[in-house]
Write a protein that binds this ligand. Structure first.
Ligand code: UD1
Ligand code: CA
Length: 478
């Protein structure tokens, strides 16, 4: 069998989405609707894949260049129907010297993100095995309203009638047209030239190709979808959410079968590009976006979002938001930690409660346990940053870097005013404002000396609760 040509129809407006974004660019599981369809189509290893664009074409074309530069797009300037769209795609190929005449042609729509490659493979191989001129992917719906109905004679499909053009008896038919087909290229090419717009919508219907092929004595088969979710088209935000939930379940089942524990799959959202090892545990409300990778034994969540980040083996990440971050093996992050791009937590490192880090590399075994901001910093190994420390990286105009060595002890509540370098093994006193470099092994004290004004309260606040408490204390001390 020759490699097929795939045509994806994506020129429609998607009015019911009520969106400034073209419908096929809306995302589920971190990939556009169109991206999911292209991914499924790619399993057929098509010789050419043509996307018919129209509404929002500049955005759609830019997106295609980014995600699938190997596909070509053709513009349908006037939306004259699905048949017209296919005709334009075939004419475009012909214009490039590519004849569809001796290849199978698979026609899909850009808004069916749950379509799988294996469903397409089954459709195409059934089409080829039966030597049909056309094979329609169909499904039986309890409520077929709005879909084209499949008219059969025995196991042959003779015609597809649109809802708006159907007789009351035809509307009783439950078998519907998914809008996806495999065609014999030559039969399709001839049939699309014979389409008319004499119907209730004044459009060239691709579905009329079926009647035309039948009338010429061709064989049209119907192939029933194994999973009706596969053909679910997205028209509005409610359907988008429904499809997202189905995709989430598919992804979660795949990872659970690969050895991932999930306490609450319904609240666990994993993008299609994530990669998880066996024996990862995901607690409720974990969201893994982009190409996030988690190694074995790591425990993520509850309440954690990781975007394009890596987590090493046996790390624990609780109640955290992290983007473009690397968390080392055995590290501990959270709860309530915000890790921004460029942050690296070394092996067995710790970023604890109410810690924010940005573009900061924390060495192996180093800890930022509580209530700190660490921005634009390099921290060595075995170092501890005291509670409430701020890496003061911004002078109001520019950002500056702080370097902290190995086995340093930064006291609690320090302000480290960048740019500075704190040498290996140095200590800083609690409450210090560190403005100058600290040599290795030194103790830096950057704070005013304490002075007690004896009996100030008794003199200046006589009769207050404070004064009375002090008097009682001084009395008993006597
Ligand atoms: C179509 C089928 C119907 C089927 C249904 C499945 C026809 C005439 N009818 O109806 O039998 O049950 O899909 O969802 O084909 N498009 C273009 N250019 C156009 C018109 C449409 O690219 O000029 C694209 C749309 O963006 C969409 C797809 O083709 O992705 C289907 O078009 P739509 O108008 O939604 O067809 P339906 O009326 O749903
Ligand atoms: Ca539709």
């Amino acid at each position: 069998m020759r490699a097929p040509i795939v045509i994806i129809l994506a020129a429609g407006q998607g009015t019911r989405m009520k969106s400034a974004t073209p419908k096929v660019l809306h995302e589920i599981a971190g990939r556009s609707l169109l991206g999911h369809v292209i991914e499924a189509a790619a399993t057929l290893e098509p010789e050419h894949l043509v996307v018919v664009v129209g509404s929002g074409k500049d955005q759609v074309i830019a997106h295609l260049d980014e995600i699938a530069p190997w596909v070509v797009s053709v513009e349908q300037e006037q939306r004259n129907g699905t048949g017209h769209a296919v005709r334009i795609a075939l004419e475009f190929l012909q214009g490039r010297g590519i004849s569809a005449g001796d290849s199978p042609v698979v026609v899909l729509t850009g808004d069916t993100p749950l379509l799988t490659g294996s469903s397409l493979m089954s459709l195409l191989s059934s089409h080829v095995d039966r030597q049909a001129q056309a094979t329609v992917l169909t499904a039986n719906f309890v409520d077929p309203f709005g879909y084209g109905r499949i008219i059969r004679s025995g196991d042959q499909v003779t015609e597809i009638v649109e809802e708006k053009d159907a007789t009351p008896q035809q509307r009783e038919i439950n078998e519907i047209n998914s809008g996806m087909y495999a065609f014999d290229g030559a039969a399709l090419q001839t049939a699309v030239t014979g389409l008319s717009s004499q119907n209730s919508q004044g459009e060239e219907y691709l579905t009329d190709v079926i009647g035309i092929i039948t009338a010429r004595g061709g064989v049209v088969a119907g192939f029933s979808a194994q999973d009706t979710n596969d053909i679910m088209g997205i028209n509005d935000r409610a359907q988008l959410a429904q499809a997202a939930a189905i995709m989430r379940d598919r992804i979660n089942v795949k990872w659970m079968q690969a050895g991932v524990t999930m306490l609450d799959p319904a609240s666990t959202w994993i993008d299609i590009d994530a990669d998880l090892a066996a024996d990862v545990t995901l607690l409720p409300q974990t969201i893994l976006r982009g190409p996030t990778a988690i190694e074995s034994g790591a425990q993520i969540g509850p309440g954690t979002t990781l975007i394009s980040s890596e987590v090493g083996a046996n790390a624990v990440v609780r109640h955290t938001w992290a983007e473009l971050v690397v968390i080392g093996a055995g590290a501990s992050v959270g709860p309530y930690t915000y890790l921004r791009p460029g942050t690296v937590i070394g092996e067995a490192g710790k970023a604890g409660a109410f810690v924010e880090m940005k573009n900061a590399q924390l060495g192996a075994g180093s800890k930022v346990p509580h209530l700190s901001y660490v921005g634009d910093a390099t921290i060595g190994e075995g170092t501890n940053i005291g509670a409430g420390t701020v890496f003061v990286n911004y002078d109001g105009v520019e950002k500056h870097h702080t370097s902290v060595g190995d086995h340093v002890r930064v006291g609690s509540d320090n302000m480290l005013i960048a740019p500075i370098v704190i040498g290996d093994g140095a200590y800083t006193a609690a409450g210090s404002v560190i403005t100058d470099d600290v040599p290795a092994g030194s103790m830096a004290v950057g704070r005013a000396r304490q002075r007690n004004i004896v009996n100030w309260v008794l003199r200046k606040r006589p009769g207050t609760g404070s004064a009375k408490a002090a008097e009682r204390a001084l009395e008993t001390d006597k």
